[in-house]
Design a protein. Structure first.
Length: 190
């Protein structure tokens, strides 16, 4: 995997250095901003909520982005990328979207460290995000779209799209790696 365990530990340390939010962080039908920050519970953004990420986030629980919610990077990221590290599962659905800083070439990555078969689930038109689950399964269904994805296992069904943008392999994650990939072999399974 192009992201090492040490990179993930560095991102967690960077988030924790920004302070700790004890318990769940929920944004419902409003606008908020957070980061860098460690969240000891779940992160939930839904019902047309807009969350601006100002620095690396570490969520010890699960992350849910749902019902036309938007999660985007602060404009201060410029051409850099941002990361949300989640120890639990990540669920993105019902037209939820992710955005960079507003500058071309900026991306937001949602990374799950969970070994679950549902480490990341993207469905119902949600998307425009980099997804990473080195220990678990990434599930895309029902018109979900991703800019890039990496998982121990990947399940694709029902009109999904993975649209690799041409600058992703040279990404500049703040305090993290730029990645590359090489496809050595692939096969279609039933």
């Amino acid at each position: 995997m192009p992201i090492s365990d040490q990179n993930i530990l560095d991102w967690k340390a960077e988030a924790e250095a920004g302070g700790i939010h004890s318990g769940n962080y929920t944004l419902d039908d409003s606008t908020g901003s957070i980061g860098p920050k460690k969240i000891t519970g779940n992160l939930t953004v839904q019902n047309n909520g807009t969350l601006t990420v100002n620095g690396t986030l570490w969520v010890q629980g699960n992350m849910l982005v749902d019902n036309n919610a938007l999660v985007k990077l602060s404009s201060t990221y410029a051409t850099s990328e941002g990361v949300i590290v989640v120890d639990g599962t990540i669920t993105i659905q019902n037209n939820a979207t992710f955005g960079g800083s507003g500058t071309s070439g900026s991306y937001l990555m949602a990374l799950s460290t969970s070994p679950s078969t549902n480490a990341i689930s993207l469905a119902n038109n949600g998307g425009s995000v980099i997804l990473y689950a080195a220990n678990g399964t990434v599930n895309l269904s029902n018109n979900g779209t991703a800019k890039s994805l990496n998982g121990k296992f990947v399940n694709l069904s029902n009109n999904v799209e993975i649209i690799y943008d041409s600058g992703i392999t040279n990404s500049n994650f703040v305090n993290g790696p730029s990645g590359g990939y090489e496809i050595l072999d692939w096969r279609e399974i039933e």
